[in-house]
Design a protein. Structure first.
Length: 62
């Protein structure tokens, strides 16, 4: 399957380091905020009342 994907225009294989740095769809700022306890992962649901601000895949404290 990888061979077929790499045939697509502009596709390139990621290095192991690049693969490890992927955060599953959240921005670097969001991942950092989750680690600091000021945000939660949003996912597909709306943000809860305690975390009303949505940005980069996170819900932030107001």
């Amino acid at each position: 399957m990888l061979k077929h994907i790499l045939k697509l225009e502009g596709a390139q294989e990621l290095t192991k380091k690049e693969q490890k740095n992927i955060n599953g769809g959240v921005t670097e700022a969001c991942a950092r905020a989750i680690g600091e306890g000021v945000a939660i992962f949003k996912g597909t649901k709306p943000c809860p009342e305690l975390y009303p601000i949505s940005s980069g895949g996170c819900c932030y404290l107001s």
